[in-house]
Design a protein around this ligand. Structure first.
Ligand SMILES: C[S@@+](CC[C@H](N)C(=O)[O-])C[C@H]1O[C@@H](n2cnc3c(N)ncnc32)[C@H](O)[C@@H]1O
Length: 201
């Protein structure tokens, strides 16, 4: 684009990486966890949760806690976050790292069962970073978002580690989201391929 100066939009300069970041990277290496969310998703999540003071947030797929650390950094005192993973080893690590933060609840559960059994208040942002709430239980998870709330997913651009045929799942999910008349969304070919949808009705 004429007049566009790429050099002033250096997106590798990140604001305030969480203090615990290096420790989480070390733990990922130690347990050979290969799926942490990238820094770009982290910074975006922090920005979005910052827009919802006293908000309620949900993460499906705690993993090693990288995205969780960014969200916690963006949350004010009155905000709350539930993060769910079905791997006891990862929930144990997350409890060691974040367990003293009273704003966070770390739940060891299968995401599908968790979504189906949940009957609490809706969320102002859901980051769906596991199969459930993304490729399954999509209607149920979207139901749990407040009006004006965000639904965020990553890994939507074709990834080298995708199993054969997974591109079809991603295509179907995108088509489904685009047809929803109660959400408006933006697809971003940035980071690992992000979609941000906002409930409008
Ligand atoms: C892409 S990783 C999440 C990365 C994480 N956001 C981070 O920053 O480290 C996906 C996570 O989903 C979890 N997971 C996979 N299947 C699940 C299920 N059925 N229910 C709950 N968690 C699941 C895995 O254990 C893994 O930690």
């Amino acid at each position: 684009m004429e007049g566009f100066k790429e050099d002033i939009m250096n997106d590798s300069i990140l604001q305030d990486t969480p203090a615990i970041h290096l420790e989480l990277v070390r733990k990922s290496e130690e347990i050979e966890f290969t799926m942490p969310s990238d820094l770009y998703v982290g910074t975006l999540l922090k920005t979005l949760v910052s827009s919802k003071p006293n908000g309620r947030f949900l993460e499906l797929g705690t993993g090693i806690g990288l995205s969780l650390s960014w969200m916690l950094d963006g949350m004010n005192e009155g905000s709350q976050l539930i993060s769910v993973d079905n791997d006891p080893r990862l929930i144990t690590i997350a409890k060691e790292c974040f367990g003293t933060d009273e704003r966070v609840s770390l739940e060891l559960a299968d995401g599908s069962a968790w979504i189906k059994n949940y009957s609490g208040a809706k969320f102002d942002l859901i980051f769906a970073d596991a199969w459930p709430g993304k490729y399954s239980e999509i209607e149920e998870i979207l139901e749990l978002i407040t009006k004006g709330g965000f639904y965020v997913i990553d890994d939507m651009a074709v990834q080298p580690n995708w199993p054969k045929g997974h591109d079809k799942n991603a295509e179907e999910l995108i088509a489904y989201l685009e047809k929803r008349e109660d959400f408006t969304l933006t697809k971003m070919n940035w980071s690992t391929g992000l979609i941000i949808a906002v409930r409008t009705k």
